[in-house]
Design a protein around this ligand. Structure first.
Ligand code: GDP
Ligand code: MG
Length: 301
């Protein structure tokens, strides 16, 4: 019997959703960083084995929208809860057990169809004492809608296999939605921008927050050589930010570009010639046209 289904991973920023997805899919598909809201778009990774296909939807962190980009993200989370089989609601060591607001603990709980199985994933068990884990578990166990509470450490790949097996057990018989060779619905361009975005967040530490966006302007394979030429654009909100991204004598940007190129070459399995340009666009996150141009269009979710 072949099983398949759709699984959404929902949870606050930084709980480890992308890390889990990467641990399962084993490819660099979702940007990972120490900072919240790295993953802006719904990203799916696809897990395949001989008798099962699981399509994972990663979500942006759940938060209060502060600008149009934020609204896009919330809407994208809502949509990612439709037509799914399993919801993985992830919390981590920073989860605070609430005193009274039971029903509100899992965002969107009321909107989740009864046919959807809900697993609460307690991630980062590598730094949660067992007694605390038990307390979190018994908190979530009191919800009728919660099917199971499962502890994992995504970063140490602890109990991830177990989680996969539980998911497989719960899935129904179904078709293979995607060809085996596809591990993500993201285009190569999306993968390239995610990798560059991850490097910016890694290299800029706390200096540049979330006012940057990356888009790939050209992506072309050469006819005569196995090389892909890529031009990418980083936009930021202030010229002071542009200066910081470029760095003294362009060193910062060179570092970002080099690290990104290495990962892109691995992901695309090809040599890559990468050029990155930095531009200033004040308030781009509140500019509907600019958001649309960058693929953040609510109509497209
Ligand atoms: P997301 O925002 O939910 O997608 O979270 P990320 O996957 O980007 O992870 C946020 C941070 O938590 C990163 O610094 C990860 O390395 C870290 N992290 C993820 N999983 C674990 C884990 O199991 N244990 C520990 N200690 N850290 C983790
Ligand atoms: Mg993420």
């Amino acid at each position: 019997m072949f099983k398949s289904g759709f699984v959404t991973i929902l949870g606050k920023a930084n709980v480890g959703k992308s890390t889990l997805l990467n641990a399962i899919i084993g490819e660099k598909i979702a940007a990972i960083s120490q900072k919240p809201q790295t993953t802006r778009q719904k990203i799916s990774g696809i897990y395949n084995d001989e008798n099962c296909q699981i399509v994972f939807l990663d979500t942006p962190g759940v938060h209060d929208p502060k600008n149009k980009l934020g609204e896009y993200m919330i809407e994208s989370v809502r949509r990612s809860l439709e037509d799914i089989d399993i919801l993985l609601y992830m919390v981590d060591d920073e989860f605070v057990i609430p005193k009274d607001d039971k029903g509100l603990m899992i965002p969107f709980l009321g909107r989740i169809d009864d046919s959807v199985k809900i697993f609460v994933i307690v991630n980062k068990t590598d730094k949660i004492p067992i007694q605390r884990f038990e307390k979190i578990k018994s908190y979530f166990d009191q919800f009728d809608k919660v099917n199971r509470v499962i502890g994992i450490s995504a970063i140490e790949n602890r109990a991830v296999e177990n989680l996969l097996n539980i998911i497989k057990d719960e899935l129904d018989e179904g078709p293979k939605y995607y060809d085996d060779s596809i591990y993500t619905e993201m285009s190569e361009r999306d993968i390239v921008s995610e990798i560059i975005r991850e490097k910016i967040l890694r290299y800029m530490q706390d200096e540049i927050p979330h006012g940057t966006s990356v888009s790939v302007i050209t992506f072309s394979e050469r006819d005569d050589k196995p090389i892909i030429d890529i031009d990418a654009e980083i936009i930021c909100e202030k010229s002071s930010h542009k200066g910081m991204i470029i760095g003294k004598k362009g060193r910062k940007l060179k570092g970002i570009a080099k690290a990104a190129r290495q990962d892109i070459e691995m992901a695309l399995d090809s040599k890559v010639n990468l050029q990155i340009w930095v531009k200033v666009k004040p308030k781009w996150r509140d500019n509907a046209a600019e958001l649309k141009r960058r693929g953040f269009d609510i109509k497209n979710i």
